[in-house]
Ligand binder design. Structure first.
Ligand code: SF4
Length: 106
């Protein structure tokens, strides 16, 4: 994944904590070691449930904002946001995703 010019400009001015994870327009690299981080550092388990949430949802990269459109794409891309329960019931997972997308579009 990469960061768009708009992402970089926003992070550099308003979210330097995110900008620290960028190297040459690519995401995500450890600010300490400079090594590529395999799992997104902003994906965190919600302390109130077993769900995983994006810690920078409102400021997430453009690539993340346009993806995914559906659960099938997430499965094909081995998306880290999917949980075991989602794989066992893809129709329920799709319904949950659509609900989240509707809520976020409000
Ligand atoms: S949407 Fe997912 S991949 Fe993108 S920044 Fe958030 S946790 Fe990371």
């Amino acid at each position: 994944m990469s960061a768009s010019d708009e992402d970089l400009a926003l992070w550099e001015s308003l979210r330097p904590d995110i900008a620290e994870y960028i190297r040459d327009g690519k995401i995500w690299f450890s600010p300490n070691s400079g090594e590529l981080i395999e799992r997104c550092p902003w994906l965190k388990k919600d302390s109130n449930s077993s769900r995983y949430l994006c810690e920078i949802y409102l400021d997430r990269p453009e690539d993340c904002r346009v993806y995914p459109a559906n659960v099938s794409d997430m499965v094909a891309d081995e998306c880290e946001m999917l949980e075991p329960v989602d794989h066992s019931d893809l129709r329920r997972a799709q319904a949950a995703l659509e609900k989240i997308m509707v809520e976020e579009s409000r």
